[in-house]
Design a protein around this ligand. Structure first.
Ligand code: LMR
Length: 398
């Protein structure tokens, strides 16, 4: 059966974990995957999560099946975060939300549903984008193309190019947009530019699919939702995938959601019924624990405040690492100006290191980064930042 099976390439991001784990060097650093580590180099278990887990453990709830779409307490909490608690869309019953297996699972359910809805559509992702975007939509059966996004000359967004491309897409094309903390570049649109993207989607009859995996990692929960809020106010229909992997530090629990904004309550009921069929034939219904913990935190004012404070702490530490890296690179004698690292938003920096330089970081220093030059700032800490800066200085000079 398997004699002709070829070896698949390692995943460009998660494959780095495999290589990193197999590396025996003690000073190795994993700047590959987007995971937040604290200053001791550990993935934190948030105090708000601990408190909710303790209560759940004590309650010892039975482990029945969840509804296909997940628990209402979780889905409602997700909607409040994304659309705002006073959202008219929520009040009108226009939003369908299902608990998904992380942000990836949300994209997959959304992709599979879109394939049933509009099988001939092309999906457009940013150039560059998170590596898994293309793979997910191609595996859902779509042709995937790109729209211009990053401008290496300015290290910002090539908005003119993006807008021109959106303006020529066929009606029904799916446009995947990073709602905040663009992965991998850290370059986000301004609020005014988002307004123009909304209008371009309206003018061309596009299907916007907002991916928000990092809400709270740029400026905060509310400001980071600006793109979702502008689409909400537009009267358009759109998709949002969201994730608590990073914001709740619950990576392995796979807690995410897919939300779909429909025209009215009746449409929402019909869309939900179809999305449930996609889920039922894929994983049946979502796991309980992670969603229950997130819902418990978001729905209890005291725990929610605790979580927001912890999230702000993560955000601030990443910012401090941005500043620290730029200073350490200067101290290590790098002539090149790296101050752009401070301006980029979210967990990542798009360093402009070449694939060869990234390879050298790995082979000579045991420092792992994505071959595109993306590094995860959230893996830097006060002990490894000097080492990383010296290593970058060394490969940048070579
Ligand atoms: C990343 O981009 O590193 C994260 O989103 C983790 C992942 O699943 O790739």
């Amino acid at each position: 059966i398997f004699a002709a099976v070829e070896m698949a390439p390692r995943d460009p991001i998660l494959g780095l974990n495999e290589a990193f784990n197999a590396d025996t060097r003690t000073d190795k650093v994993n700047l590959g995957v987007g995971v937040y580590y604290d200053d001791n180099g550990k993935i934190p278990l948030l105090a708000a999560v601990k408190a909710a887990e303790k209560a759940r453990l004590e309650a010892m709830p039975p482990r029945g099946y969840q509804p296909i779409e997940g628990a209402p307490s979780y889905n409602n909490a997700v909607q409040n975060l994304l659309f705002g608690k006073d959202s008219a869309l929520i009040a009108n019953g226009q939003v369908v939300t299902i608990q998904a297996l992380g942000g990836t699972g949300a994209l997959k359910v959304g992709g599979d549903y879109l394939k049933r809805l509009n099988p001939a559509a092309t999906v457009y992702i940013s150039d560059p984008s998170w590596e898994n975007h293309r793979a997910i939509f191609e595996s859902a059966g779509f042709a995937v193309d790109t729209y211009p996004y990053y401008d290496p000359a300015t290290r910002g967004v090539n908005f003119a190019g993006m807008k021109a491309k959106l303006g020529e897409l066929a009606a029904g094309s799916v446009v995947v947009l990073h709602a905040c903390c663009h992965n991998p570049t850290g370059a986000d649109l301004t609020e005014a530019q988002w307004g123009e993207v909304v209008e371009a989607c309206r003018a061309r009859g596009l299907v916007p699919f907002l991916d928000m995996a990092y809400q709270g990692f740029a400026d905060g929960i509310e400001p980071d939702a600006v793109a979702v809020r502008l689409f909400s106010a537009s009267g358009l229909q759109f998709f949002v995938s969201s994730s608590f992997s990073k914001s709740f530090s619950l990576y392995g629990e796979r807690v995410g959601a897919l939300s779909i904004v429909t025209a009215d309550k009746d449409e929402a009921a019909r869309v939900l019924s179809q999305v449930k069929r996609v889920i039922r034939t894929n994983y049946s219904n979502p796991p309980t624990h992670g969603g229950a913990v997130v819902a418990a935190v978001l729905n209890a004012p005291e725990l929610r405040q605790m979580w927001e404070d912890e999230l702000a702490g993560m955000r601030d530490r990443i910012r401090a690492m941005r500043v620290g890296l730029v200073e350490s690179l200067k101290a290590a004698g790098v002539a090149q100006d790296f101050s752009f690292v401070i301006e980029q938003r979210g967990m990542f920096s798009y360093t402009a290191l070449s694939a060869a330089q990234v390879e050298q970081l790995k082979s000579e220093f045991g420092i792992y980064a994505v071959s595109t030059g993306r590094i995860c700032l959230a893996a830097l800490n006060s002990r490894n930042i000097g080492y990383v800066a010296k290593a970058i200085a060394s490969v940048a000079k070579a």
